[in-house]
Design a protein around this ligand. Structure first.
Ligand code: SF4
Ligand code: SF4
Length: 288
């Protein structure tokens, strides 16, 4: 069984999870260096020698071995095998047995308190998102000119998404327009059992900047929004499916970031993700 343990403040659990997944992904890509393997072997051997130097631990170990029909020769053989391992053998074994996407993660702590750190108050998000427009614009440029690991930023966005329930929010459907491609129009008309011209007339309009969009009311938002729920969820347009496009979306993450400056003013996922990314990238909010 492969296990990783970590102790941290509840509000840092997301960062720890991201760091562990990231570290394991890197190991599976690059493996360990000779020096890392030598250091790990040395410390493992030393810990076993120290344990054997303690009478109580030694007696406990011998009794345990005897109970399962082994002698201390088993320990000797195990240590010889570990001493002979090469970085390539370790990497091959990890690739064979470890799949980062299948890790089971167990957390214990006061996460209700920590969850408050993810900001979901839409009034505050509007205020802070507007306040941070300049900062976020600089951060966008920072990402353009600095190397960053897209996978790592995606992990962070996934963790933020996991802490926010869109059904408690629905703000994008109230604030943003929903652009329609031809296939969206056809799918929605079919879903509603309407002839295409009737659907286009009753539920869509043409916007100068965005082309065909779903009709919307300035206060209530999208024509298909009821409370915080989408009444055509199974046939919703492609642009709604992956919204807010931080974890996935068309094009590279870098090419999508320009849209996040506006979205950080109304979408809790985008706002909190941008904030977490800035911390991760050690981005200074103060202009140099
Ligand atoms: S179609 Fe549904 S998901 Fe898309 S904006 Fe309208 S209510 Fe929201
Ligand atoms: S995507 Fe963002 S704005 Fe839309 S419902 Fe989810 S949290 Fe709210």
């Amino acid at each position: 069984m492969f296990m990783v343990f970590a102790i941290c403040a509840p509000q840092n659990a997301v960062k720890v999870e991201v760091a562990v997944k990231d570290e394991l992904t890197q190991i599976l890509e690059k493996g360990y260096t000779d020096a890392e393997v030598a250091a790990a072997k040395k410390s493992w051997m030393q810990s076993r020698q120290v344990s054997r130097a303690n009478d109580t631990e030694l007696v406990g170990r011998m009794a345990g071995q005897r109970y399962i029909g082994r002698t201390m020769a088993f320990d000797q053989q195990l240590e010889d095998k570990v001493a002979a391992l090469t970085p390539a053998q370790i990497l091959a074994a990890m690739k064979k047995h470890l799949d980062v996407s299948q890790l089971s993660i167990y957390k214990a702590g006061d996460f209700a308190k920590a969850a408050k750190i993810v900001l979901t108050d839409l009034i505050q998000i509007k205020r802070l998102g507007e306040q941070k427009r300049g900062e976020n614009e600089r951060f966008r440029k920072h990402l353009k000119t600095h190397n960053f690991v897209e996978r790592k930023l995606r992990h962070i966005a996934e963790e933020v998404e996991g802490q926010i329930n869109c059904l408690d929010c629905g703000n994008c459907c109230r604030v943003a327009t929903a652009k329609l491609a031809q296939r969206d129009v056809e799918k929605l008309a079919k879903y509603l059992g309407l002839p295409l011209p009737k659907f286009l007339r009753e539920y869509t309009e043409l916007s100068e900047e965005e082309g065909r969009i779903l009709k919307r009311d300035e206060e209530k938002g999208c024509v298909f929004l009821s409370g915080n729920e989408c009444t055509v969820y199974d046939a919703r347009p492609g642009s709604c499916e992956d919204f807010p496009h931080v974890v996935r979306g068309a094009g590279s993450l870098q090419s999508r970031v320009w849209a996040f400056i506006d979205r950080a003013c109304y979408c809790p996922i985008v706002y909190n993700t941008m904030e977490a990314w800035k911390v991760n990238q050690k981005f200074s909010p103060i202009p140099k």
